[in-house]
Design a binder for this molecule. Structure first.
Ligand code: CP
Length: 351
């Protein structure tokens, strides 16, 4: 593993091993410790769960932590474009920022959401990919414009913890929200469920498709796993679901156009998961959401506070899944260091 950008880049057997290790940590097993190794966390977008769970995981693994916040009085404003003439507001180019941070830590984790204005730019995932190009150390994606792989790994772990069958029905439903949100979570959730081989229903209103790039990746994973994907505009298509996973996202047709987005969703307030929808899903259905969640907009209190909701366990599993991920990354770095050391020793004894 040279970093962690998108869950679907890992083999399914690797994901399975990480999820099993995460569940061992959940049961109280202690991870390997890596004294003297450093982890950098760089947040250019807000976070509660990701921030706290990575900090805690670093402590469990004995890592030195460097944590930086972008924007405002945080780090310098970054320039991303190649060949930029930096006579505007950007103070430092990602080339230097990434390369310097890569000298201070062994693994660097970055959070940078999509800007939501320029779709082509967002599709290039410019910040996380900039760090991947220039840091010289493995990069962990803590949510980029396109993917939220740490959430997907934790969600896989949660499905294993709940004993949800690999062929069970998984409904990813669009939900109402006052703002057009990025696509990283729905892209990763869809891909994760199809990588598991599940019977996936993507329920979204007309105009709220995920990007063809993400759909193509989800279909590739489904072909490999034998998973099945149905796309519908019927919010009631939940019968027999093992999981109803709610998430809101912005329309690609209105990217950067808030007025159009607001017009499009003016009649969509009924896309809110309520007790009736969960009853329609059936007695074994669980409600999932990555959090943070807008109560009584995305999901009604009766569901979030009721027995079908697993959102708090789901959030706890971020800690265990990321501990498993970092343990694996740092074990691989130790193996590489030992191999380099042996090869240098061989060079020294050679006449
Ligand atoms: N689910 C998630 O990533 O939460 P935060 O944005 O609070 O980190």
């Amino acid at each position: 593993m040279n970093g962690f950008y998108h869950l679907g880049e890992l083999s399914t057997s690797t994901v399975e091993r990480l999820a099993q290790r995460a569940l061992e940590f959940r049961r109280g097993v202690q991870p390997v410790r890596f004294a003297g190794r450093g982890l950098g966390l760089f947040f250019l977008s807000p976070s509660l769960r990701t921030q706290a769970s990575f900090q805690r995981a670093a402590a469990k693994l004995g890592l030195d932590l460097v944590q930086l916040q972008g924007g405002g009085n945080g780090v310098w404003q970054l320039e991303l474009a190649d060949g930029a003439v930096m006579n505007g507001t950007s103070v430092e180019h990602v080339r230097e920022a990434a390369a310097v941070l890569g000298r201070f830590v062994d693994v660097l984790a970055i959070r940078a959401f999509s800007g939501g204005q320029d779709l082509a730019l967002d599709l290039s995932d410019p910040i996380v990919n900039g760090f991947r190009r220039f840091a010289g150390v493995p990069i962990v994606n803590m949510e980029s414009a396109l993917w939220h792989p740490c959430q997907a790994l934790a969600d896989w772990t949660t499905l294993d913890m709940l004993g949800v069958g690999r062929r069970a029905k998984f409904v990813l439903t669009w939900a109402n929200h006052p703002k057009p949100l990025p696509h990283a979570v729905p892209n990763s959730t869809l891909a994760m469920a199809l990588q598991r081989g599940m019977d996936v229903v993507l329920a979204r209103p007309d105009g709220y498709d995920l990007h063809p790039h993400a759909m193509a990746e989800a279909k590739r994973l489904a072909t490999e796993s034998g998973g099945r994907l149905t796309v519908t505009n019927d919010r009631n298509a939940v019968e027999g679901a093992a999981v109803v996973y709610a998430k809101s996202w912005g329309s690609l047709e209105a990217w950067g156009d808030l007025a159009k987005e607001q017009r499009m969703r003016a009649s969509l307030a009924n896309w809110c998961v309520d007790g009736e929808l969960m009853r329609r899903a059936g007695p074994s259905a669980r409600f999932m959401h990555c959090l943070p969640v807008r109560r009584n907009v995305v999901v009604k209190d009766e569901v979030l506070d009721g027995p079908t909701s697993v959102v708090i366990d789901q959030a706890e599993n971020r800690l265990h899944a990321q501990t498993a991920l970092l343990e694996r990354l740092f074990l691989e770095l130790e193996t590489q260091s030992k191999a380099r050391k042996s090869s240098m020793e061989l060079e020294e004894v050679r006449p």
